[in-house]
Design a protein around this ligand. Structure first.
Ligand SMILES: O=C(O)CCC(=O)C(=O)O
Length: 284
């Protein structure tokens, strides 16, 4: 697929895949870093996050800045047509062997602003899987078009990331079910999944004997053109840079970070409703 088609796919379907973005040596390094972080995670934390798997902020390790500002990834985004990109935040999400499916949800929380109902995404996620993924080990699944068009599932979902969903207390809930319009997104380690933050997505269970780890990063294209209250929303969600990081690393990250005008009120974060025309609905 060429990059113009990828852009069209992102706008129409809500996601696209760029193959083979990360070189093998870098993948090896990322696996070392994420294994270390997952090992250090308290058992209680893992228990609370049964459905998602680990949710470790990327600011826990300075080495992950090399992924945030990875030249091949930034070049790939630019060649798709996603320019003026800025970074908000990210997580290492590691699904253990036997981990249940991840519930259906969207990532975007800025629904009270009209920018949420435009064709172009105000925010995208970049997902880098560190192993090849298939339905057997918990690959991503998405509902194409659900970033811009109402889907029957929107009205049925509870708010994402409640304790009940995170702990996967009831796998019979609608949030964990297979949908007739879902599509699997299996990838090779080192491919880049670019998604519109508004798209409904979930994962399969990890039925393999290995951890399945993804690093999700949220970026915003054409950042300078976004409304000021959206910039304030994004800047409020930036993860702190630890004071003991080397200056060179801090600088590299800081020049990519989202920013906001002082004194501008951020729009509130809310996952409570979604309708393509902006009318609120009560979550199920
Ligand atoms: O664990 C995954 O594969 C998907 C993670 C996800 O849905 C997210 O980061 O929003």
């Amino acid at each position: 697929m060429d990059n113009q088609n990828r852009y069209q796919q992102l706008i129409e379907n809500g996601y696209c895949v760029v193959e083979n973005v990360l070189p093998t040596e870098f993948l090896v390094r990322l696996r070392q870093i994420t294994d270390e972080l997952v090992k250090a995670m308290p058992a209680e934390e893992a228990r609370k996050r049964k459905s998602t798997g680990s949710m470790i902020p990327v600011n826990r390790h300075a080495g992950l800045v090399d992924l945030v500002d990875h030249p091949a990834a930034l070049a790939a985004l630019e060649s798709i047509g996603l320019e003026g990109i800025r970074f908000q935040s990210g997580y290492v999400i590691s699904k253990p062997p036997g981990g249940p499916p991840l519930f259906w949800h969207y990532d975007w929380g800025g629904w009270s602003h009209p920018v949420s109902f435009e064709k172009e995404p105000a925010q995208i996620f970049l997902m880098y899987y560190l192993t090849d993924t298939t339905p057997h080990n918990g690959c991503l699944r998405v509902i194409p078009g659900s970033h811009r068009h109402e889907n029957p599932l929107h009205a049925l979902l509870a708010r994402a990331h409640t304790d009940d969903l995170d702990q996967a207390n009831d796998l019979n809930r609608i949030e964990f079910q297979t949908r007739s319009d879902e599509v699997d997104v299996p990838v090779r380690a080192g491919d880049l999944v670019v998604g519109d933050s508004r798209i409904l997505h979930a994962t399969h269970a990890n039925e393999s004997s290995q951890y399945r780890t993804v690093i999700t990063l949220w970026f915003q294209p054409f950042y300078a053109d976004l409304p000021e209250s959206i910039k304030a929303y994004s800047a409020a969600r930036v993860q702190d840079i630890p004071a003991d990081w080397p200056e060179e690393t801090r600088n590299r990250l800081e020049k990519l970070l989202v920013y906001a005008q002082e004194g501008v009120e951020p729009i509130p974060f809310s996952r409570d409703y979604y309708r393509p025309d902006g009318r609120p609905i009560e979550p199920g």
